[in-house]
Design a protein around this ligand. Structure first.
Ligand code: NAD
Length: 355
């Protein structure tokens, strides 16, 4: 298969972690007989320096026309004083809107080798943490009307059926590719928008008889994530609930450098990035952990390119690398072998196996 990937290295540690990820993708291409073509895209602080704009139209066009986008991270102190609509992060918002990616997909997975890094009790962690939150990304209260009149402020939470249906389908499709369990999270005991949400989810369930749908109120879900995370496989929820729950979920896995994410819209062209930022404090030192980005590339293969075996191979190579005791500084512990960013990439490539 041939796939064209738009590559945004961005700022700070972005170029370092993306370079290692491209080497992993090249090895996957060699082992599985694919061709990955890369198109460089300037976005963030580096684009401000070059064009005076965090995401010029021509750069966005390269992303929209690609088969998917791989992003490192953007931002840094250097651009803190530029006006709000020209900040590096503005490029990211423009990219998400321009690509129409309404579904943010963030896995919460604990690697058994890193179980000690979780703030949860050992007995809870040992039951396993491996679930995905599918969050609606471009609707709900963040995109409703915001206004302040005198001493009263209003934010409107509004969803229509088609907005719920399109994210609901992503939830069902994601569950279908995993253990076929989908938990829809809302606040239907209080909110009309949540009652509509629940109704649409149950209508869709008829089309996915192989997926078991359950409902959970958001306050209960927040408790259950720390009490018994092993019960979840795929959670689907609206924008604000997903924002809060996904931060909670990433925290219980312990390490920011390890967590990937995907954002998808109506087409298979997705945006794939680690959840962390550009880490200016460690940029250029070859000590960043590239695994969040490498696992984002695995998600790209699985969700956008239907390359399940190849995605599995990357995840297995990461797991084998951890089993052998290699650790970058952010996850280093006693008795392990400290490696840098480049060496981490090379060791993961060594562990990659073909079909
Ligand atoms: P950050 O995630 O960049 O860093 C937080 C801490 O985690 C730092 O100590 C950093 O060294 C460490 N860290 C992050 N990623 C790591 C990795 N892969 N390996 C090892 N350690 C890692 O968050 P921040 O410091 O709040 O933000 C820095 C810049 O990144 C800001 O300009 C912010 O706006 C931007 N940012 C960008 C994105 C994005 O591009 N999607 C997301 C969040 C923040």
């Amino acid at each position: 298969m041939t796939k064209n990937i738009a590559v945004i290295r961005g700022d700070g540690i972005g170029p370092e972690i993306v370079n290692e990820t491209l080497k992993v993708l090249d090895k996957v291409a060699e082992l599985y007989g694919h061709t990955f073509n890369y198109t460089d895209v300037d976005m963030g602080g580096c684009a401000i320096d070059k064009y005076g704009d965090p995401l010029p139209e021509a750069e966005l066009k390269k992303c929209v026309e690609s088969d998917s986008v791989l992003l490192g991270a953007v931002g840094g102190d250097k651009w803190n004083d530029v006006p709000g609509n020209m900040r590096p992060e503005k490029g990211l918002l423009r990219l998400r809107a321009g690509m129409g990616v309404y579904s943010n997909n963030r896995p919460a997975k604990i690697w058994p080798q890193l179980a000690d890094a979780s703030p949860l009790k050992k007995a809870i962690v040992e039951k396993g943490i491996d679930f995905i939150i599918v969050r609606e990304l471009i609707g709900g209260i963040y995109f409703g009307e915001h206004k302040t009149e005198g001493n009263t402020a209003t934010d409107v939470l509004k969803y229509n059926e088609s907005e719920i249906e399109r994210i609901g389908r992503i939830g069902f499709e994601t569950a279908r590719k995993r253990s076929k369990k989908l938990c829809s999270v809302e606040k239907s005991n209080v909110l009309d928008s949540s009652r509509l949400w629940k109704r649409v989810m149950h209508r869709l369930a008829d089309e996915y008889p192989d997926v078991e749908l359950s409902d959970m109120l958001v306050d209960n879900c927040a408790m259950q994530i720390v009490k018994n995370p092993a019960q979840f496989d795929v959670i689907v929820t609206e924008n604000m609930f997903g924002d809060i729950l996904s931060d909670e979920a990433s925290m219980i896995t312990g390490s920011i450098g390890m967590i990937p994410s995907s954002s998808l819209g109506a087409t298979s062209c997705g945006l794939y990035e680690p959840i962390h930022g550009s880490a200016p404090d460690i940029a250029g030192k070859d000590i960043a952990n590239p695994i969040g980005t490498i696992l984002s590339a695995a998600m790209m293969l699985r969700f956008s390119f239907d390359m399940e075996k190849e995605a599995d191979a990357i995840e297995k190579a990461v797991s084998d690398y951890l089993d052998k005791g290699y650790r970058t500084a952010d996850i280093m512990s006693e008795g392990m072998t400290l490696v840098g960013c480049k060496q981490c990439g090379e060791l993961i490539i060594e562990n990659l196996k073909g079909a």
